[in-house]
Write a protein that binds this ligand. Sequence first.
Ligand code: HEC
Ligand code: HEC
Ligand code: HEC
Length: 131
Amino acid sequence: MTARMFAKLWMLLATLVVAGAATPLAMAHEYDVHAKPKGERCVEPTDFMRRNHMELLKHHRNEALRQGVRTTKHSLKGCVECHASAKTGSVAASKEDFCVSCHAYTAVHLDCWDCHATKPGKKALKEGVAP
Ligand code: HEC
Ligand code: HEC
Ligand code: HEC
């Protein structure tokens, strides 16, 4: 094998590895017109949110429940207010709705909506759920 052939092969391999590793991160999340979020920006940079929203939510919940810290910056209610679809009015009523769209793809199932409202409004918790 010539050095040039070897270099080409190596490049091909490197490209494949990079592409493979980048796919989940670049996970295409094309917005349906209706799913376009409200506002100019998210509560944190989009890239950060894409990767770390679960940690943020868990952290915020723990703070709210254990330490009684009530901030609204990372509240689930906030997510719902900006991310509810214009079509269903919800973040999780149809497969295209924001919180379901990626999760369906990655097979994440959330139980959050057993208790938390999926639509914007005054009540953040569903009827009958005690805070
Ligand atoms: C069994 C019912 C139940 C389930 C399931 C549940 N929660 Fe909660 N959650 C509550 C209650 C009750 C509170 C307290 C609300 C309060 O005191 O304002 C709360 C508070 C929170 C808070 C802090 C307050 C807020 O609105 O931001 C966050 C964040 C949160 N939950 C996220 C989640 C996420 C994410 C999931 C799913 C992974 C989830 N919860 C599943 C009942 C539930
Ligand atoms: C003030 C409105 C607003 C709030 C509140 C908000 N978001 Fe966002 N979010 C946006 C906007 C606007 C974008 C798109 C930004 C862009 O295109 O760069 C976005 C982007 C995202 C993305 C990346 C989506 C993608 O295309 O990859 C995720 C994930 C996300 N938000 C989750 C959340 C979660 C979880 C919460 C609650 C903790 C939340 N957002 C609260 C407005 C909001
Ligand atoms: C850009 C795609 C995308 C969007 C949009 C998105 N998520 Fe996620 N979410 C993911 C991925 C990927 C995971 C799984 C990460 C992992 O496997 O650790 C996840 C995991 C989670 C988890 C942790 C689940 C667990 O079992 O630990 C929570 C909670 C969560 N998302 C909440 C939300 C909420 C609430 C919304 C809507 C406001 C939302 N996500 C929107 C991609 C997304």
